[in-house]
Design a protein. Structure first.
Lengths: 324, 260
């Protein structure tokens, strides 16, 4: 990326032609001309998404070694592995915009890149694995189903593939919650406690209210986003309230009420102070998550150097052979 | 439960014991590998190591499930995995050692992987049809595991001074645990004589030639350790297994009789 983030001066005719293509529903591909702001917004969104997949491996990975049955252990391990795959896939997608993975990982490790704040909350019981699959992946699916129609081809295609796997994860998470909710009193308490802790943070995943969202207008005009934060959040709430009722869990919001006229479930106020506190680095696990990523990166340094040194030696052998 | 003669019980419990050994090796190693998930040196290795762990835990689930059925006491794979104490586990010591650095993990994967491959290939011919089926599937998976670990041993051995030193240290530290892989006792000999199992001592020569070939190509040497540690097959483990099981079994044991 260019070091300066100043507003680039774009040729208005090209911008107009670009916006016409987007408005006509055409897919923008890596070699097509695009406004610099569009490119930067995509790099920002895609890299945040990739980082979220990678950091998201930590809270769930926390329970792989304690999963209560062999089947659960394998499905959790496979889920976290899928997240690594998604991260890799989106990093590759971001490379089509001229940034490399190394650079992006550097930004994650030095704290300049953002990732989804939801992963700065701790996983305290096995039920959290159910709650994350059900609520966090559920919220991600609502968001990503919209992004699967994004104007940038490589991102949209990545989302189509990722959504399929996320749907599977969500079903698994909901199944874990349903079994716990119908289980022993201790298991039921565990499930309700997990819902109590993850409900509000999962609503915050959709970002600030539309009136407060700085990036939204431009992203909508360029077809990167197709629906607003509040629309998506409402869709998620409507889906989830019914699912909680079906398994006998209570949404932790005394003001939750059904609005007949709009056919929407209305919620009480979201604690935006908490949202911004976590975004700004003061969530319960912000420091731990970054520390864990930095430790893995630092401890793996010698391995990456070895692989590079070995590849270089092999390349020299091949070229010496060819020269002979 | 049907009435059995003492000879049948003896035969059944030996086969159970044999299958539990196979299952425990893979369960414990799969668990150790799963500890890497989210902490590997590169993203591709988070994926690869998780893949191998999944294969091993999958194999263990089938093997322990089959053992439980054969035992006929109503114990399934989960009961065997989550409700036995360390002294009842029958895995070799090699697989229960802490995951160590990436070199330790990779060298252990090579050592156990080559053993597991030879064992699975032989067990495909078992006259226990279930075991033969499990082994045939496993052999396909483990062929990839061996390629993965051998590739990395070459890279680490031929990479930098540091990677070579770390990998040599891993070979030196783990070598003393390889002898146990090939020890045969009455259980193994009975399983082999019945056409159910394979006598592990018959795999030793081939194992050595495969492993030594990879190590030699990587510029690594085999230590002159004369003494080989043993005990896992009789439930005499290292101190590490108890801690591993404490973590692995905590949720399952905290909620007796619960479903998950």
């Amino acid at each position: 990326m260019t070091p300066t983030q100043s507003q680039p001066v774009e040729d208005p005719e090209r911008v107009a032609a670009f916006e016409a293509r987007v408005a006509a529903g055409e897919s923008i591909e890596p070699k097509d001309w695009m406004p610099e702001r569009y490119r930067r917004q995509l790099v920002r969104m895609m890299s945040q998404h990739a980082h979220s997949e990678i950091v998201g491996m930590l809270p769930e990975g926390n329970w792989i070694t304690r999963a209560p049955s062999l089947r659960r252990k394998m499905s959790l391990l496979a889920k976290v592995q899928d997240e690594a795959g998604h991260g890799l896939y989106i990093y590759c997608g971001t490379e089509t915009l001229g940034v490399d993975r190394q650079e992006l990982i550097e930004q994650l490790l030095n704290g300049t890149a953002k990732y989804s704040s939801i992963f700065n909350y701790p996983t305290l019981t096995w039920a959290d694995i159910g709650a994350i699959g059900w609520l966090v992946d559920g919220a991600a699916i609502v968001n990503q189903t919209m992004l699967a129609k994004a104007s940038y081809g490589p991102y949209a295609r990545a989302m189509v593939r990722i959504c399929k796997e996320e749907n599977f994860h969500k079903r698994q998470g909901y199944e874990i919650m349903a079994i716990l909710a119908a289980g022993t009193p201790a298991q039921h308490r565990m499930a309700q406690d997990a819902l109590d802790r993850w409900w509000w943070p999962s609503l915050m995943m959709f970002g600030p209210h539309d009136s407060e969202s700085s990036n939204s207008d431009e992203l909508m005009r360029w077809g990167v986003k197709r629906k607003s934060n509040d629309e998506l959040r409402q869709r998620f709430i409507n889906l989830t309230v019914a699912q909680a009722k079906a398994i006998g869990l209570v949404i932790p919001d005394p003001q939750l009420a059904y609005d007949e006229s709009t056919e929407n479930w209305k919620i009480g106020p979201i604690d935006w102070d908490e949202f911004w506190r976590v975004v700004r680095g003061n969530g319960p696990c912000n420091r731990e998550r970054l520390a864990a990523r930095r430790a893995a990166h630092a401890e793996g340094e010698w391995v990456r150097l070895a692989a590079a040194a070995y590849a270089a030696k092999q390349a020299r052998t091949v070229s010496a052979f060819e020269a002979a | 439960m049907s009435v059995r003669t003492s000879g049948q019980i003896e035969k059944g419990s030996r086969q159970f014991e044999y299958l539990v050994r196979l299952g425990d090796d893979r369960l414990v190693l799969g668990h150790r590998l799963s500890e890497w998930c989210g902490h590997a040196p590169i993203l591709e290795e988070d994926i690869a190591l998780a893949n191998i762990a999944l294969d091993l835990i999958g194999q263990a689930t089938l093997l322990l499930g089959h053992a439980g059925k054969l035992e006929g006491e109503g114990r399934d794979a989960d009961t065997l995995a989550y409700l036995r104490d360390a002294i009842e586990f029958r895995n070799v010591l090699l697989v229960e050692l802490p995951k160590g650095d990436f070199a330790v993990t990779i060298v252990r994967q090579l050592f156990f992987g080559v053993f597991g491959l030879l064992q699975s290939e032989a067990l495909q011919r078992s006259n226990d049809r279930d075991l033969a089926g499990i082994a045939a599937k496993a052999a396909k998976e483990v062929r990839y595991h061996v390629r993965h670990s051998a590739d990395w041993v070459l890279k680490l051995g031929g990479g930098t001074d540091e990677s070579r030193e770390r990998t040599q240290r891993a070979v030196d530290d783990l070598w003393r645990y390889t002898g146990e892989l090939f020890l045969a006792d009455d259980v193994d000999r009975a399983a082999a004589a019945a056409g159910v199992g394979v006598d592990p001592s018959t795999l030793e020569t081939t194992w050595h030639s495969h492993v030594e070939d990879v190590l030699a190509r990587a510029g690594l040497t085999i230590p002159e350790t004369l003494y080989m540690q043993r005990g896992g097959r009789e439930g005499r483990h290292t101190e590490h297994l108890g801690h591993m099981l404490a973590e692995m079994q905590i949720v399952a044991r905290s909620h007796p009789g619960a479903s998950w």
